[in-house]
Design a binder for this molecule. Structure first.
Ligand code: IMP
Length: 201
């Protein structure tokens, strides 16, 4: 059974692949089938953006499509960057520019007020038009300095609850046990279990 993961983000693709190992589902990389996915991600919510990506992929491929939209919500910054996480600091900015901007805005913020969370909303779009949404959240704190080299995006500045290391220090195996994306994916996997049987796919 195959599904296309509608994202050009290789970090996300690697996480989704690892979480779906043993599930019976093969994850198709859009690049491997020439799918370019030119989708405007300027929706007001993560669900809207995830749905746009999943719809575009199912329309073009005719195969069950999964998309995720995710972001970091920092309490001391009023929930920023949130749904704007990928575009924070404008076009041309790098992951390093983005997390440095957050650290800079938080220089004066004390430990107890550095709470934050990663949120991931996934949309599964079926060839017949059905759409299903799943959400995962991972609570944590913003570190005072970037640490670690694993992962992508804001991983070097995010310390998940119950740990003292950042996602980038903890590595993929630990991240995939507790992350927002892993939590959303577990719900997707549960759904796919029931989905596969009646449809016989
Ligand atoms: P989008 O979901 O592709 O729009 O991107 C959301 C942005 O949020 C990414 O480009 C990353 O900067 C950030 N992000 C989402 N998930 C993670 C994660 O697991 N670790 C670090 N950064 C993330």
């Amino acid at each position: 059974m195959k599904l296309v993961f509608a994202s050009r983000n290789e970090g996300k693709l690697a996480e989704v692949r690892q979480c779906l190992v043993g599930s019976g589902w093969q994850v198709i990389d859009p690049a491997s089938i020439g799918l370019t996915l030119d989708v405007q991600e300027d929706g007001k919510t993560m669900a809207e953006n995830a749905a746009r990506k999943a719809r575009a992929a199912v329309r073009t491929t005719g195969v069950l499509a999964l998309a995720d939209d995710s972001g970091l919500e920092v309490d001391a910054l009023g929930g920023d960057p949130g749904v704007h996480s990928a575009r924070y600091c404008g076009q041309g900015a790098t992951d390093i520019d983005r997390y440095r901007a957050i650290l800079h805005r938080m220089v004066e913020v004390p430990e107890e007020k550095r709470t934050a969370r990663f949120r991931c909303v996934m949309c599964l779009a079926e060839p017949d038009g059905g759409e299903h949404f799943f959400e995962g959240v991972c609570e944590g704190r913003i570190a005072h300095h970037a640490r670690g080299s694993s992962g992508f995006g804001y991983d070097p500045i995010f310390v998940p609850e119950g740990f003292s290391m950042t996602f980038a220090e903890l590595g993929l195996d630990t991240k995939n046990r507790i992350s927002h994306r892993a939590r959303a994916l577990h719900q997707v996997i549960e759904f796919l279990r029931t989905y596969a049987q009646p449809h016989g796919r």
